[in-house]
Structures are given as C-alpha cells and as structure tokens.
Design a protein around this ligand. Sequence first.
Ligand SMILES: [Fe+2]
Ligand SMILES: [Fe+2]
Length: 179
Amino acid sequence: MPAKKNRTNLISKFQAALKQKLTAEKYRHSLRTADWAKEIAGFCNYDPDTAYLAGLLHDCAKTSDAGYLLAQAQKRRIRLTKKYRENPLLLHSPLGAALAREEFGVTDQKILNAIHYHTLGRAKMVKLEKIIYVADYSEPGRRSPAARQIRRLLRKTGDLNQAVKIKKETNARKFGETA
Ligand SMILES: [Fe+2]
Ligand SMILES: [Fe+2]
C-alpha cells in the first residue's frame, strides 16, 4: 500500500469516480462494503487498508445492462461459462477486476482476484477473497437472515471460514453449486 497521505488521496479519487459510475444505491453499498471489509479485516488479522480498497472497488463494473457486460467481457476474452451465459449480470465481477486495473490503475493481484471472485467465490480462496466475498453479502445494508447471521457471527467470533460457508450455501441455492 502507498504511504498514508497518498492512500487518502487515492481513496478520495476512487470514491469520486465510483460516484460518477454507479447508481446512488450501489455507491452507498460500495462504501458500506468497504467499511465492513475493513472491520472484518480487524477481526481476522488482515491489512485493513487493502480490505477497504478492495471493498470500495468490488462493484466498479456493476450495471443492470446485460448487453454492455457481455460485450465488454467478450472484448477482454473473459470466459463465458454457463453461469455467466445464464446470468450475464454476474459478469460485473470478472469485468470489475479488469476495470479496476484499466481504469483505476490497481496492480495488486490480490485485490483484483478479490473483485473477480466476490460473487461466486472459488475453491481455495485466500483471506482477502474471503473477506470481500463475505463483506459484499453481509454489509449492514443487507437485510437477509443469512446476512444478519454472518454479521452476528463475525462480530462475536471473527470466524471468516464459517461466514464463507454460510454465503456458499445460499449461493448454491441461488446459482447452483459454485466453488
Ligand atoms: Fe457485486
Ligand atoms: Fe456488491
């Protein structure tokens, strides 16, 4: 991570850009995810600034325009698996990793992977991937019973793996078996 002053500037710059790109609701969700990712990082001994940045950018390609997502993904040769063909809106995750690099200049592969896998996850996720996977799903604006359960669990025990398991189970019901 860059020095503190640069980091603060970078975050302000990213926030301003996201505010332009995203709907007001998705922008607020991004801020909440970033704050919550930072808090989760504190529970499980991870660098809070990296978690904040990944949380902030995780939905940088979020849109409800499936045609745009498909075209942009094809342009970057993102592999269109069955899940992506059936639900093109999920493409905002791998496309988000590409845009974080292209538009925001992020080069930290850990952050890019955390963005790429924030919706569907994957086998053998590293800690930052788990933090973002869970933070997106359970930030305080999320009202589902599973989201509430994860918030309670993390605040009480900091058990990130258990939190991942809860989201995986609900994802499996929603999208079929993932990772
Ligand atoms: Fe997302
Ligand atoms: Fe999100």
